[in-house]
Design a protein around this ligand. Structure first.
Ligand code: DGY
Length: 312
């Protein structure tokens, strides 16, 4: 008998292939009275669905959850622990790609790539004009990394190729930072000094709205905010205000709260803001590695074995 598996949205073909013959996959209708829930033995959280104890209680045969991604803030881990349900995740598979993305974003916002693309594709581009779309230099500038975990360290490594001065803020100074030529700062000092502030902290009650009105007001008028963490780390009301008043030069966010933003959200209308659709780990290679680890965690959990990567 194949294992009965739940997922919140259609799985990619490679993951379906990995599960073929071992699991029967059902797509959850995201309600607590979906009739499929009582038969479910394993749950793949693919598109960041909110999963609470009340959902778990509707699945008396549930043995494990396996999350596609490293961020598990959408799953109530305490509730899972209280029910002895192991939760798998995919750390280590997204660090390099997310750091690449942070750099792509930093250069996009610093060098006006989106505005340049629009101009070059539009009817007004009839002659080269040296006076338009001046940006700020990335090489030689000061990078402030908030969150010196696995992704933050990869960002710092890339910064050395751009001759950047690297500052970082973390709950505690990181033992890895010296090798990366990165200097520890308080959050306030980092915001005062950095030309590019990159957020790479996990989402938690402690990091919710870590960047709000006070923090944005501390940043230089010429500085940019780059978010590859989670949308909830930034107070969006404060960000709209700061961007409207040009308190900072711009912001680029791969993540928002909520995600996606309502189509009429002011952040989508501002010229000094770029919103991306959560592309941090979206490469063929990374997605494949994430799928493999998600399936390996799931199968281990179903078989009562230790998961290769367990979050709770
Ligand atoms: C992660 O790994 O958490 C990414 O945000 C993709 O889910």
């Amino acid at each position: 008998m194949p294992y009965q598996i739940l997922t919140d949205s259609a799985l990619p073909p490679e993951m379906e292939e990995m599960l073929a013959g071992i699991c029967e996959v059902h797509v959850w209708d995201l309600t607590e009275d979906d009739p499929i829930l009582p038969s479910i033995e394993g749950f793949i959280t693919y598109g960041h669905p909110v999963v609470l104890g009340s959902h778990m209680d509707k699945m008396p045969n549930l043995r494990c959850l396996s999350n596609f991604g490293v961020g598990v803030d959408h799953i109530n881990l305490e509730d899972a622990r209280a029910r002895s349900l192991p939760v798998g995740f995919t750390p280590g598979f997204v660090n390099g790609v997310t750091a690449d993305m942070a750099f792509a974003m930093l250069m996009t916002i610093g060098r006006n790539i989106i505005q340049g693309w629009r101009h070059a594709h539009g009817p007004d581009y009839l002659a080269y004009d040296a006076n338009i779309l001046h940006g700020h230099e990335v090489y030689g500038s000061t990078l402030g990394i908030i969150g010196m975990g696995r992704v933050g360290r990869e960002i710092a490594r890339r910064a050395s190729g751009f001759d950047m001065t690297v500052l970082y803020h973390n709950r505690n100074p990181s033992p890895h930072a010296a090798g990366l030529n990165a200097s520890y700062r308080s959050l306030e000092a980092l915001l005062d000094e950095a030309d590019f502030v990159v957020l790479s902290v996990p989402m938690s009650p402690q990091t919710r709205h870590l960047i709000g009105a006070v923090q944005l007001a501390r940043m230089k008028e010429t500085a940019y905010l780059v978010n590859v963490a989670r949308g909830g780390v930034v107070d969006h009301v404060a960000l709209v205000d700061a961007l409207q008043r040009n308190l900072i030069a711009g912001a680029i966010m791969d993540v928002t709260d909520p995600e996606p933003l309502p189509r009429d959200h002011p952040l989508l209308r501002l010229d000094n803001c770029v919103i991306l659709p959560h592309l941090g780990s979206a490469t063929y290679q990374s997605r494949f590695r994430m799928s493999r680890r998600t399936v390996d965690n799931l199968l281990a959990g179903l078989r009562g074995q230790e998961m290769p990567s367990r979050a709770a």
